[in-house]
Unconditional design. Sequence first.
Length: 302
Amino acid sequence: MAHALPAAGWQAERRRAFLLGLSPSLAVLLLITLVPAAALVIASFTPLSLTDPAASFRFDDPLVNYRQLLHDDRFLASIVVQLKLSASSVVLQLLAGLGLALLLNGKSRLLEGARTVFLIPMVLPPIVVALIWKIMYTPDVSPIHRTLETLGWPVRSLIANPDTALWAISLADTWQWFPFTMLMVLATLQMIPDDPIEAATLEGANRWQLFRYIVLPYIRPVLVVCGLFRLIDSFKAFPLIYVLTNGGPGSVTEVTNYYGFIQAFNFSYWGYASAIATVMLAGVFILSWLVGRLGWSDHDKR
């Protein structure tokens, strides 16, 4: 009869089996994420350029690209544009998602059907969303523009107007991603216990007081996490900008990743574009760290 393994031996075997099972996934992750990321960072330390292949892999001045970024007014302006787009789209997504979650929080077939319909934008490919809004913003073919013109209220194309182009992109991004916040808040609302709400109702609390003092404290951590996740994801609005405005009019919608795209594919400054991408990657890592810290602090409070 075989003897049972000691507790320490069993734990060692368990860890070994866990690592063996995890190793294929780790290898794939290393291949498709860490290796390209390392190549990106290494390229950012070189003057890599298709216009001068002989000088592309020099490391005699590895920080030259980063020094140029500090004095590149167009790059600094693109950061401001990115911050405006991220802030406006995240706020709109949180407000729209929260409002619809409160309206759709209930048990009926009609509400379930409405929830399904509102989830459609989130599952569409970004390029499809961009094409939909390109049609909506083009006066010659847009049903909204045609209707307003018929009513005697003609409106210029929002994406051709420097004053409204960025906000038009923010609206399109909000339309695609507010279901994420709606879904998360809905799930939280349905886990709120009935007892405190019923007790407050018996005490004469109105709807606003119920929301402010009972519902909001429950959903506040979810709203913060949704906001941080959407803030991280807002850096990936490239398809909308590429299809709707191409960075224009002028450079009013030229966010940082689009500026990096121009440097790499229009001017062939791949080393400089890699430095731009590396700075963005560092920013995303910082935001990811904030998300992790927020999650742990919320867990510790419980």
